[in-house]
Design a binder for this molecule. Sequence first.
Ligand SMILES: NC(=O)c1ccc[n+]([C@@H]2O[C@H](COP(=O)([O-])OP(=O)(O)OC[C@H]3O[C@@H](n4cnc5c(N)ncnc54)[C@H](O)[C@@H]3O)[C@@H](O)[C@H]2O)c1
Length: 428
Amino acid sequence: MTVITTAIIIGCGQRGSIYGDFALDYPSRMNVVAVAEPIRRRRLKFKERFGINENMAFKDWRSLAMLGKVADVAIITTQDQMHKEPAIAFAQQGYHILLEKPMAVDENDCNEIASACEENKVIGTVCHVLRYFPPCIKIKELISSGEIGDIVSINHCENIGYWHFAHSFVRGNWRNRDMSTFSLLAKCCHDIDLIMFWMGGVKCTSVQSFGGLYHFKKDKKPKHASDRCLDCPVEQTCPYSAKKIYLEQSSGYPHWPMSVVCDIEDHPGGYHQALTEALEHSNYGKCVYGECDNDVCDHQTVNMEFETGATAVMTMSAFTMELSRRETRICGTLGEIRWDGGATSAIIVHKFATRDTKEVFPDAILPKGCRMTRHAGADFFLMDSFIKAVVSGDNSLVLSDMRESLNSHKLVFAAERSRIKKTIESLS
Ligand SMILES: NC(=O)c1ccc[n+]([C@@H]2O[C@H](COP(=O)([O-])OP(=O)(O)OC[C@H]3O[C@@H](n4cnc5c(N)ncnc54)[C@H](O)[C@@H]3O)[C@@H](O)[C@H]2O)c1
């Protein structure tokens, strides 16, 4: 018999909505019984979507927490700086925790979250979706099979994408370190965690990082550019034009990134008008050159050294055509693995001894009709594993617990210290 896991969702924005979809696709496995969200229209939308009782939809997670434990799991999808308090409060009440990355924006806070999950014996999972991304799992299997011998070096790139960077890290929620966090943590805690996943239990002993904000600042502003894109005389020649990003191009996703700018669907003038008005007044219509109070790095490298003597280099760059697409080369003593980051791309394995090159494809296939298609289904595989772990009480069904996520987060914090202080940070 299938057991229905009951869930509460804290933060009904982009990510909360995606994880909530699991309950719509699999009502026999998950039921959302309460939500917390200060924005009224989002709260009402969730209430309607999940058939939640009037008295179970709250403006703030604290009011929900005052009820005591009303469900099995708490899905925490608030913004980066608002993870710690609800994660600890709900873990203390005995909820199993699904927590969006980054765990928190301060290393001590990450520590406290991991301890709260352990002390209260709840399953705690950080949404490191790359661990559930089918090609990344296949690469892990290839490494574990010994086909390429011992890993000696890894080159891994996170290609953020030029307009995606402008949207999220110049104009958007992750633009300012004090308001959110540094971009390596916000974007690449995934990538550092993935490198650790592939390295298995091998410890990283030192880390070093370089980077900064190269381009999105006042002194790079083109001559004659105005402060907002909609009335800018040089908008047509600008790669980062808000008009191009939100009103003209197709991102390949049905609603994103427009839904971040404006999620009002019942404007009398229609959605296009609502979106245009949002661009006239909000940050999302501002020039990317010095008008957005952005200060996070647009490029950064991280060098890692492991206890075996192996090394890894991770490069984060805003200035790529590809959008959030990784590229990886893993070099071993017996062969190499190459992957271009595509969800269905071949993983190329070359074996030195036989001179053979083969193409390997990921096996995991998203169930038909499943609406959790973002991250090529990794969001689904994460939820699927988490719910299975909760139902069975078997923590090993999730691919990383809070402690493991804490360890990879520690590397990210160390890398940022290295960048700022120009040091090599030891992790032993
Ligand atoms: N795993 C991934 O690949 C991935 C991808 C994108 C974002 N994220 C992370 O997910 C988190 C959420 O991102 P998002 O894009 O969904 O953000 P969002 O801004 O769309 O959603 C956050 C929601 O939390 C709500 N909120 C604010 N205060 C609250 C309170 N007191 N109680 C309850 N809700 C409250 C906000 O109103 C908002 O609707 C962030 O930490 C982000 O970095 C993870």
